[in-house]
Design a protein around this ligand. Structure first.
Ligand code: ZN
Length: 430
């Protein structure tokens, strides 16, 4: 373990540490973050309302829209000269969320990412190939800092240039691959096509930046002969390092000494009991530049505090089922792309690349699943095509209770993604 005294702290001691850190962060917000104080005040919350963490559920949520309204630095709680690093979300549809770090925030960040890497079995003898984007995205630099902090040899490759990626991976003897799962899958296919799997030394995958199904992780593991692990982070909360999987792979251990987590019903906002599935809400406990109260992540997951055999006492969150933003409502049924992915990836003759197209026909919403065949020859067999389509349709109906249209398309025709995959085309109301 990277910080064993903190990672194996007893649950009682952890609660005391969280309490102390939360009180400090709460005082910091009231003293130094006027825009956040105003939000609290407007929602009817006052400084004296909070006696302990048990009262946190009474406080209002923050979300991405608060970042947009206060772009760029309105939520910050330190003067500009105390900020040593800025990152941001991509902000494709609105102003990006700006994330900021003081020197101390950076020190914590390195340790939190190093914890995640050690949990996944990385040691300082490893060589890590980072195929995350660098730049404003927190993934590339975050993993870079954490791995370097551990003494790992780092290759900051960034995304794109597949051939060069494969060459460097082979020639540098990379043992760790850092990427989004969709890009890792893409690279793993390129490795298979180039027939160089045996020339590679890869043994561990550190995947984050987007959710993925168990089935997809297994496919990457098979293609590359590695152990795939997931980790989780969000720019608004300080980037990667919030949680990561240990090698027992029974959920991602949350750095609870730095993040207080709740699960809520995304529709009502009510806090749900342990073990129930809902939206993850995070209150960071140690951030100086950007402390926050109850940030709604939009990620759907569940949390358990049952002890893990690895010895870490921190709670575990399940791999995210999807974002509440990505949840489609089709004819009254809640649909997460990951549910459809888990059907597709078990099916023979088709690859892991797919697109979900939602349309409105009259008053009816329809969902079309476009999925790519691995072998174009199948297109010549009407009988086989029909059989595959029926199979997929039947299994989706079993899981979702919804009849969808399944379209099989030729190999290499569904869009590939270097970063986060965008698998939904919603054409309703367009
Ligand atoms: Zn564990």
């Amino acid at each position: 373990m990277w910080q064993p005294e903190l990672e194996t702290i007893t649950r009682d001691e952890l609660r005391m540490l969280q309490e102390e850190r939360f009180q400090r962060s709460w005082r910091h917000i009231w003293a130094d973050a006027p825009a956040q104080t105003k939000l609290l005040h407007d929602a009817g919350a006052e400084r004296g309302d909070i006696r302990s963490l048990d009262d946190v559920h009474k406080l209002p949520f923050t979300d991405k829209s608060v970042f947009t309204e206060h772009y760029p630095f309105g939520l910050f709680a330190v003067p500009p000269e105390a900020v040593v690093r800025l990152h941001s979300t991509s902000g494709t549809t609105s102003k990006p969320s700006m994330g900021g770090y003081t020197y101390t925030d950076m020190v914590h960040w390195k340790d939190l990412v190093a914890r995640v890497c050690v949990m996944a079995g990385v040691t300082k003898r490893d060589t890590a190939h980072i195929a995350f984007g660098f730049g404003m995205f927190t993934g590339g630099f975050g993993l870079n800092y954490g791995l370097e902090h551990m003494g790992v040899r780092v290759l900051p490759m960034g995304g794109g240039q597949t051939e060069k990626q494969l060459m460097m991976m082979r020639d540098m003897g990379s043992t760790v691959l850092v990427a989004t799962p969709s890009y890792a899958l893409y690279l793993s296919e390129a490795v298979r096509e180039a027939g160089i799997k045996e020339d590679l030394m890869l043994r561990v995958g550190l995947f984050g930046g987007e959710g993925h199904t168990q089935e997809m992780a297994e496919q990457i593991e098979r293609n590359l002969g590695i152990i795939a692990t997931s980790n989780y982070g969000l720019c608004e909360l300080g980037g990667p390092g919030i949680s990561g999987e240990c090698l027992l792979k029974t959920g991602m251990h949350i750095a609870e000494d730095h993040y207080f987590c709740e699960i809520i019903n995304p529709e009502t906002g009510a806090v749900l009991p342990e073990g129930e599935t809902g939206e993850l809400v995070v209150t960071p406990l140690t951030r100086e530049a950007l402390p926050l109260i109850r940030y709604r992540t939009k990620d759907i997951t569940k949390i358990t505090t049952e002890p893990c055999k690895c010895g870490r006492t921190h709670a575990r969150m399940s791999p995210t089922l999807g974002r509440s933003d990505d949840m489609l409502i089709i004819r009254g049924v809640n649909v997460y792309p990951s549910q459809i992915e888990s059907v597709l990836i078990r099916q023979e003759h088709i690859g892991p690349h797919y697109m979900l197209v939602v349309r409105r026909e009259g008053v009816m919403d329809t969902l079309e699943v476009q999925v790519e065949l691995t072998d174009g020859a199948v297109l010549d067999s009407f009988h086989l095509l029909e059989q595959i389509q029926n199979n997929i349709r039947e299994q989706i109906r079993n899981i979702l209770g919804l009849t969808v249209k399944v379209t099989l398309v030729a190999p290499q025709t569904v869009e590939r993604f270097m970063g986060k995959a965008k698998r939904i085309k919603d054409e309703r109301g367009m």
